[in-house]
Design a protein around this ligand. Structure first.
Ligand code: RTP
Ligand code: MG
Length: 139
């Protein structure tokens, strides 16, 4: 069994709604260890770079506006099978399609404002973690 890491952001709607504690509770209960964490706000250039894969999509400008409108909680999480298990914990992109008990089912507002991000591969987890954290901030 390999222990590995994923990257997450609690998105601005989660902070606005006062859901940081409740969401971290779910993450802890699912067995993830927090190895880096901070409250931070992305600039427009940060969000455009972070979500560059979606730059041709019709929702791109709305996504950048949403992700930059207030602080986020960025974190690196450790667990066996971290990327896949965390995507299962957060649920489908559209909360209407998310399974019962998932973070998006419980806390998301809509497909656009969906409470939380989770990396979609080990490679992206490493890239996204390094985007937000210096080496000395990761434990
Ligand atoms: P994320 O990258 O944030 O973990 O989300 P995801 O993999 O589940 O979904 P993805 O396809 O990567 O989309 C990134 C984020 O863009 C917003 N979105 N809005 N209005 C729309 O149709 C739409 N589709 C996607 C969401 O905030 C989504 O999480
Ligand atoms: Mg994605």
């Amino acid at each position: 069994m390999t222990t590995n890491r994923t990257f997450t952001m609690l998105k601005p709607d989660s902070i606005e709604k006062g859901n940081i504690g409740a969401i971290l509770e779910k993450i802890n209960a699912a067995g993830f260890k927090i190895v880096a964490m901070k409250l931070t706000q992305m600039t427009e250039n940060d969000a455009k770079a972070f979500y560059a894969v979606h730059k041709e999509r019709p929702f791109f400008n709305d996504l950048v506006t949403y992700m930059t409108r207030g602080p986020i909680v960025a974190a690196i999480l450790e667990k066996s099978n971290a990327v896949e298990d965390f995507r299962a914990l957060i649920g489908a992109t559209n909360p209407e399609e998310a399974a019962e008990g998932t973070i998006r089912k419980l806390f998301a507002t809509s497909i656009s404002e969906n409470a939380i991000h989770g990396s979609d591969s080990d490679e992206n987890a490493a890239i996204e973690g390094a985007f937000h954290f210096a080496g000395r901030e990761v434990f």
